[in-house]
Design a protein around this ligand. Structure first.
Ligand SMILES: [Zn+2]
Length: 538
């Protein structure tokens, strides 16, 4: 197995410190707000990496921290009139809601800075004793000149950094690149007692301390977004190696940036996406598929059409899964697990594709290629199911059970988007559109307009919604992740048809109903356009 190591700038054979064990640390979010799309990418990327390592037989210990002591949290707490701990606690809960929705498994440890202040103080004390840090008043700084390898990860010399950096010039610092390990408390801020007076830790030191505490002085894998290489990870190396005298990390893995229409995502550009808002419009498994289907080191350019595409692609895989499911759950499977002659070719093609999938994943977790093989597999399975259904045999051959096992292993257990845990329900806007369609259906029934009822049913059907009529009324279930556009588009073409026929009542009913749930329809020269009104507070 090969992984690309940012430190050596090349792919290296994965050779862990202890055989069959991987100690892995990934930088977690600063908990002052809902997470944004840029936070969600490493979440999914490293979840897939962890799952794949486990599949390969490694015992993985996974640590992801929460930065719950930070300027932004203090600022937010002052705005909201709450304590910093309350703000951090709230957004940690919200973080888990998002991570769970995306099918991200919990880490073995989720340490928080506020629980590790004494550990952090001890490490800083050692750094001061060893001459790697110095005190100025109530602050403690790291002395970058004392650490020879500073700049190794980002590939820049101290001189180059100085030339390019816009560092705050603090006359008291020995070198402008020296960074804070401990900061003196300002009035009203959360603060802890230390040998240097009341204060709080700087950002970088927490990761060094918590990583070493839970994983030992040398980790196998340290992950994070590429934006963390400098200064955060560069500083982590300097602190940890100066402290322990040992190599800190064997393999540094960094995921690429997310851009929006080729521009960097940022609040000032107004293209900043809160994950929760995206999850209110798109099924979580589609978002996971989208984030996981590009190679993790490549940049990922976001726009809504990409999510639409991801939704359609995933629907194809889900369709195969549904067909397999129906057979495996409803049909008696032949006990014989030896395969019939006619099935041998099919089973060996499955095996071949599974091997190719693994070769791709073994090559620095190339999910893009691996998913390509999953689509090939879906095609093989569909063709086989067509053939078997044509045969009209009552029992399902063992080959179908094998196909089900392999398909859910790769797409479900490893990549995590083909899973029955995703209920295809509870996706904000699409649920609301479905409710609206149900209301319209009831009204149409009452007024005896069967044509209208038909029309509504076909809108639902085209989004994969099945209606079950029971004594207590109608309920629905989705046979694949529901794309909100698959619901709205047919509604809008119905509306334009009505407008052409001068049936403005129907056209207005559709527009007004959508408006009630925050979907705004605008008529332009090119036809009707729709958008979802932003409601979330960023
Ligand atoms: Zn970190």
């Amino acid at each position: 197995m090969q992984v690309y190591n940012t430190l050596s700038r090349r792919k290296e054979r994965l050779n862990t410190l202890e055989p069959n064990k991987v100690k892995m640390y990934v930088c977690g979010p600063t908990t002052y707000n809902y997470i944004h799309l840029g936070n969600a990418r490493p979440l999914v990327v490293f979840d897939i990496i962890r799952r794949y390592l486990q599949y390969k037989g490694y015992e993985v210990t996974y640590v992801q921290n929460f930065t719950d002591v930070d300027d932004k949290i203090i600022q937010r707490s002052q705005e909201e009139g709450k304590s910093a701990a309350e703000v951090a606690g709230k957004y940690i809960d919200e973080y888990f809601r998002d991570a769970d929705a995306l099918g991200v498994k919990r880490a073995d440890y989720h340490p928080r800075v506020s629980d590790h202040i004494p550990d952090i103080i001890r490490v800083i004390e050692t750094l001061v004793e060893k001459g790697y840090a110095y005190r100025i008043g109530g602050d403690v700084y790291y002395r970058v000149r004392a650490f020879e390898r500073y700049g190794q990860l980002s590939g820049r010399s101290l001189e180059e950094m100085l030339a390019g950096a816009r560092v705050e010039v603090d006359e008291r610092k020995e070198n402008p690149m020296d960074f804070a390990l401990w900061k003196e408390a300002k009035p009203g801020e959360p603060a802890w007692e230390s040998p240097w007076g009341l204060g709080r830790p700087g950002w970088h030191i927490e990761c060094s301390v918590m990583a070493m505490k839970y994983l030992g002085e040398t980790l196998d894998i340290h992950g994070g977004g590429a934006d963390l290489v400098f200064p955060h990870h560069e500083n982590e190396i300097a602190q940890s190696e100066a402290y322990s005298g040992r190599p800190f990390v064997r393999y540094w893995l960094h995921n690429g940036f997310i851009t929006v229409n080729k521009e960097k995502m940022s609040k000032s550009l107004g293209n900043f996406f809160i994950l929760r808002e995206i999850l209110s419009q798109y099924p979580a498994e589609v978002v996971r598929f989208y984030l996981g289907s590009t190679h993790y080191r490549s940049p990922l350019d976001f726009d809504n059409t990409k999510l639409e595409e991801a939704g359609r692609a995933l629907a194809r895989l889900n369709n195969t899964l549904r067909r397999l499911n129906e057979v495996v759950k409803n049909q008696e499977v032949e006990a014989n697990d030896g395969t019939r002659d006619t099935d041998e070719g099919f089973v060996s093609r499955l095996r071949e594709l599974k091997e190719k999938f693994e070769v791709a994943m073994d090559d620095d977790f190339n999910t893009a290629q691996a998913i390509g093989y999953l689509f090939d597999m879906a095609r093989e399975i569909n063709a086989y199911l067509d053939f078997w259904e044509g045969e009209g045999s009552s029992k399902a051959p063992a080959a179908i059970k094998e196909a089900y096992r392999v398909f859910t292993l790769l797409g479900g257990n490893i990549l995590g988007f083909l899973s029955e845990d995703f209920e295809h329900k509870g996706h904000g806007i699409s649920d609301k559109v479905i409710e609206i369609l149900f209301e319209m259906k009831e009204e149409a029934l009452e007024s005896g307009s069967l044509e209208r009822v038909e029309r509504i049913l076909s809108c639902l059907q085209s989004a994969g919604i099945e209606i079950e009529d029971t004594f207590s009324g109608s309920t629905w279930r989705a046979n694949r992740p529901v794309n909100v556009s698959d619901l709205i588009e047919p509604l809008l073409s119905w509306r334009s048809e009505a407008r052409r026929n001068k049936d403005f009542t129907t056209a207005d009913v559709i527009r007004d109903n959508l408006k009630k749930i925050g979907v705004v329809v605008e008529d332009t020269k090119e036809g009707a356009r729709w958008r979802i009104e932003a409601t979330g507070k960023i």
